[in-house]
Design a protein around this ligand. Structure first.
Ligand code: BMA
Length: 331
């Protein structure tokens, strides 16, 4: 795939570690995982399912920090290397002109996406059930909250990093109020980040006989990466076992102009919970990706993922290898 084009700003200093000599997998874990411990803040019970982006001469992040009252909160953090984080002790507070929308209930599973001139944050926002909250920031100090994108119940709202067909674009996962036992990924567009429509079905869970790790529900993870082979979308899938839910992640390639058209979709997972920190914690057996850094030149990708709803880990891979894997092992 020598002519593969990957869109994005150069990031030669991004977190990285080569594939271990004995590893035959397409993605591998950082040897010093977890990168963020559960008690990085005096008030944090757990720090997981969090979003990281390049910012100034380093990185900024919006972190899901459930506190020691087990309330779901977001906190801003900064890092020079993407690995050692300074997470602010004060929780992130959104500014909102509309009292109804700005009324804080709960916030979790943030994603951050740079579009045009600003960073947009999407998250699962409590408003008569879970829905997709939207805000923007220029500086990771002041965050302006906009309208919720959708009616409840919805989770895993993930923006595309540029307009498509002249509109902002987002995938999301309509759900129910609880620990939803179903879920398909849908695509929507908006001219103004307030009104969302043109809803299209993207993909459903896979038949369990074919790909059991994604047979119950699925949801987009990091911001999709634009390549000449399509949008590379890393997403989580859930298996319902006799002993509870198991969260793994895999990859799909979506059509560039019509992202609701799935070109390829991985039958095997990229990462499934197998290490101690993924299998043991507040919710065992969870690998839940919410962000990725990538460098187009070296084709490197680093995925940040929540581990067992407790800590945050990093997994590495080469984008061209993940694309080849997705095409050669497609459902
Ligand atoms: C989902 C979300 C995620 C969580 C996962 C596993 O429904 O709540 O935040 O990581 O369950 O508990």
């Amino acid at each position: 795939m020598t002519d593969l084009k990957i869109v994005g700003a150069a990031l030669p200093g991004m977190p990285w570690e080569e594939r271990p000599a004995d590893c035959k997998q397409v993605m591998w874990r950082y040897s010093k995982n977890p990168v963020i411990p559960r008690d990085i803040l005096p008030t944090s019970n757990s720090v997981f399912n969090s979003a990281v982006v390049p910012f100034k001469d380093g990185y900024a992040g919006v972190f899901r920090c459930d506190d020691t009252s087990r309330r779901m909160r977001l906190h801003v953090g900064f890092s020079k290397d993407g690995i050692n984080w300074d997470i602010k002790e004060d929780k992130l507070e959104f500014q909102c002109d509309d009292e109804e929308i700005g009324n804080f209930v709960y916030v979790y599973d943030p994603r951050v996406c740079f579009i045009d001139d600003r960073y947009y944050v999407t998250w699962c926002n409590g408003y008569y059930g879970p829905t997709i909250g939207v805000a923007y920031t220029f500086d990771f100090e002041t965050f302006h909250q906009l309208e919720n994108a959708f009616l409840p119940s919805n989770r895993n709202g993930v923006l595309f990093p540029r307009k498509i067909n002249g509109n902002f674009a987002m995938v999301s996962r309509p759900s129910d109020n609880g620990h939803t036992p179903f879920g398909d990924i849908f695509y929507s567009e908006s001219p103004d980040m307030a009104f969302w429509g043109k809803h299209r079905h993207v993909m459903s869970p896979a038949p369990f006989e074919e790909s059991a790790w994604q047979c119950m529900k699925i949801g987009a993870g990091p911001i999709p990466i634009e390549t000449s082979e399509g949008w590379l979308m890393i997403y989580h899938g859930v298996l319902r076992s006799c002993n509870g839910y198991v969260y793994s992640f895999g990859s799909a390639l979506l059509d560039l102009d019509q992202p609701w058209k799935v070109l390829y979709r991985s039958r095997p997972y990229l990462i499934a919970p197998q290490t101690e920190y993924e299998c043991m914690g507040d919710v065992p057996n969870v690998a839940f990706p919410c962000a990725a850094l990538h460098d187009p030149e070296t084709r490197r990708i680093a995925v940040y993922y929540g581990c067992a709803d407790t800590v945050t880990g990093l997994a590495f891979g080469y984008i061209d290898e993940i694309i080849r894997f997705t095409k050669e092992n497609s459902l």
